[in-house]
Design a protein around this ligand. Structure first.
Ligand code: NAP
Length: 317
């Protein structure tokens, strides 16, 4: 099976490409060539590398034709962000592609209603990113219903793994939060610390894409959450990190306005985005239809990221 991965050298691609090669796919990896995968176990020698700027070629209207020319059986699109971009590629490849897998996000959901949120919940996204991804999903699934084009949309949670800073217990990406917890110093959390975050290990995201290929008939026309088995509250996450790193959790809880005044504008904006969504998503559909079995619980997945931060001197504890 010839499989093209668009956006192949990032969080997801680093795990997905080796999995595809091991499963016997002939893999073509597309990226701008600006970054290398986080890990190179030698397997990248076995893939063909294509260099292109998707944003520029989308704007020029030529990206779909580039992918169509590769004559792939499966196209895994990790970097599609709008309905228009999806429309361009699908109209170009639909004649011969057997499966098109698109990467969404759990932020296609806005505020939770009943948790864990299922894929069947009406979409109420907010913010440019989630709103555009929801429009992309909606266009893809309606086009699939009308034309029979074989598409599935996979919605990851906050992706973590070795090589980058994980979403922390304050709901932002400031690595110093882990140092504060490890030293048993006081950490302020917004509100009551009961808002949630829902991580997923990058390798579990890769697993889900592979399962969707293996279970094509069940996947087509559907969307799936791809997260760990359970979300974490900020408070529970902070307590677990502190104990794991040898600190005693010393948490205080501040009303939002007071909390935001004590952190940088960047951290406050990231935390607001995460707690306003407070995702808690169900993976029952992916388990049932795709056989998705995440190897990592949220906390285990985060531990790998934090170990990487420590080993690489990104944090000192
Ligand atoms: N990160 C998360 O926590 C998270 C959560 C939910 C959903 N998602 C979804 O996951 C997808 C991103 O996957 P990821 O986290 O693996 O991405 P990533 O780590 O940001 O990697 C992006 C990949 O795409 C390539 N790329 C970036 N811009 C490009 C362009 N204009 N043209 C061609 N290639 C380009 C990058 O390589 P070059 O820079 O060398 O081009 C790299 O290979 C997105 O659809 C996002 O919405 C992410």
């Amino acid at each position: 099976m010839k499989t093209v991965v668009i956006g192949a050298t990032g969080h997801i691609g680093t795990s997905l490409v080796p999995r595809l090669v091991q499963a016997g796919h002939e893999v073509v990896c597309l990226s701008r060539g600006q970054r290398a995968p986080y890990e190179d176990r030698g397997i990248w020698k076995h893939v063909r590398r294509e260099t292109a700027d998707r944003a520029a070629e989308d704007a020029a209207g030529s990206f779909g034709a580039r992918i169509a020319a590769l004559k792939a059986d499966v196209v895994i699109d990790l970097i599609c962000f709008t309905a228009e971009s999806a429309r361009q590629i699908v109209l170009a490849i639909e004649e011969r592609t057997e499966l098109y897998l698109s990467c969404g996000t759990i932020w296609v959901h806005g505020p939770s209603v009943s948790v864990p949120t299922t894929e069947a919940e009406p979409r109420r996204p907010f913010g440019d990113y989630g709103t555009a991804k929801a429009a992309m999903e909606s266009w893809l699934l309606s086009h699939s219903r009308v034309s029979g084009f074989p598409v599935a949309v996979l919605h990851p949670g906050h992706i973590v793994g070795r090589g980058w800073v994980p979403l922390n217990p304050a709901g932002n990406f400031n690595p110093a939060v882990f140092e504060t917890l490890a030293r048993g110093q006081r950490l302020a959390l917004p509100n009551l610390g009961q808002e949630t975050v829902h991580h997923v290990h990058a390798d579990d995201v890769a697993q889900a894409f592979c399962r969707a290929i293996e279970n094509r008939a069940a996947a087509v026309g559907e969307s799936f959450h791809v997260v760990s088995p359970a979300a974490l509250s900020l408070r529970g996450y902070a307590e677990r990190v502190a104990r794991w790193l040898g600190g005693n959790p010393d948490l205080e809880f501040l009303p939002w306005e007071q909390w935001r005044a004590g952190v940088s504008a960047e951290d406050a904006a990231a935390t607001w985005d995460h707690i306003a969504h407070s995702p808690c998503c169900s993976i029952e559909k992916a388990r049932r239809l795709l056989g998705y079995q995440p190897r990592y619980e949220s906390f285990q997945a985060v531990c790998e990221s934090v170990e990487w931060l420590i080993e690489n001197g990104k944090i000192r504890i």
